[in-house]
Design a protein around this ligand. Structure first.
Ligand SMILES: C[S@@+](CC[C@H](N)C(=O)[O-])C[C@H]1O[C@@H](n2cnc3c(N)ncnc32)[C@H](O)[C@@H]1O
Length: 281
């Protein structure tokens, strides 16, 4: 169930370097794309005006800010993330909006002391699948939530439920060095695809009233934007880092060609196949 500390070092480095940088640069695109998931998470986690919520793996802070607005000035939304550049962006956004009740803490959600029973709810949009020790992480998060308080997070279901994710990779594979075979249990985007695994992690870390429901979130995207995401994030981005300009151009062309048939009326009607997971501390 646990990955090695090396996996965590890798995750921290990834989110502070290439991965974090790509999310910083694409923040507007990502937040627009994932708006429906943001709304679902905030709606499900919201514990009431004036309460306190911790946002795990908050990234550039879209969900933290949305929750802070909803909680009102008397409440508090604390975003926790391991990525310095993403938190800098999040802090700047809160400042520009004058949202003093949105705060941010840099740290590993597996070990960061977020207090004991300080929060009425914990939430996350796509921020809880990257831990090296899932049981320890969820036990630490539970410790920070009051008895009876809520957990609500969205995570991706399987690659089969998110079929567009593999289209660019397949299209570009012949142009790139062999891509590593994905390990479905390793920390990463699809680590929580198996609901039995999620159920087990939450049970062992002391959560109760666990519910794992399908959430099919509309995430329509233009051909250009999905091409950008495919080239800047995930396996293609990693493989392209050492590629020459000619190869990069060929990869782009192959990705566009593979995605084009998915355009309908000028847009790709992508749907994020997610789980909405809820539980009580
Ligand atoms: C897929 S991104 C999602 C970001 C944000 N929640 C959103 O929806 O835009 C995953 C986030 O989890 C963060 N993360 C990864 N491992 C973490 C850890 N151990 N503790 C805290 N945050 C972590 C990353 O830095 C990254 O910001």
């Amino acid at each position: 169930m646990t990955a090695s500390p090396t996996a965590q070092t890798y995750q921290a480095a990834y989110w502070n370097e290439a991965g974090g940088q790509a999310w910083v640069e694409l923040q507007g695109l990502m937040d627009g794309l994932n708006k429906s998931v943001e709304e679902a998470v905030v709606e499900t986690a919201f514990p009431g005006a004036g309460k306190a919520v911790v946002d795990i793996g908050c990234g550039a802070g879209a969900t933290t800010l949305a929750m802070a607005r909803r909680l009102g000035a008397g409440g508090e939304a604390l975003g926790v993330d391991v990525s310095q550049p993403l938190l800098e962006l999040a802090r700047g956004r809160a400042e520009r909006e004058g949202l003093a009740n949105a705060r941010f803490a840099l740290g590993d959600a597996q070990t960061l002391d977020i207090g004991e029973g300080r929060f009425d709810a914990a939430m996350s949009r796509y921020g809880v699948m990257f831990f090296s020790d899932f049981d320890a992480a969820f036990a630490n998060i539970r410790r920070g939530v009051k008895a009876g308080g809520k957990l609500a997070f969205a995570c991706w279901r399987s690659p089969a439920d998110n079929p567009l994710a593999a289209v660019p990779t397949k299209a570009a594979a012949h142009l790139l060095p062999p891509l590593p075979k994905p390990d479905p249990t390793a920390p990463g985007r699809f680590a929580f695809a198996d609901p039995a695994r999620v159920q087990g992690i939450l049970e062992r870390s002391g959560w109760s009233q666990i519910a794992i429901d399908r959430l099919d979130a509309p995430t329509p995207i233009s051909l250009e934007d999905l091409t950008t995401l495919s080239l800047r994030m995930g396996p293609i981005a990693a493989a392209l880092r050492d590629a020459d300009a000619t190869t990069a151009a060929k990869v782009r062309e192959a990705v566009v060609k593979a995605l084009e048939p998915h355009v309908e009326n000028g847009i790709i009607p992508m749907v994020a196949g997610c789980w909405m997971v809820t539980a009580r501390a």
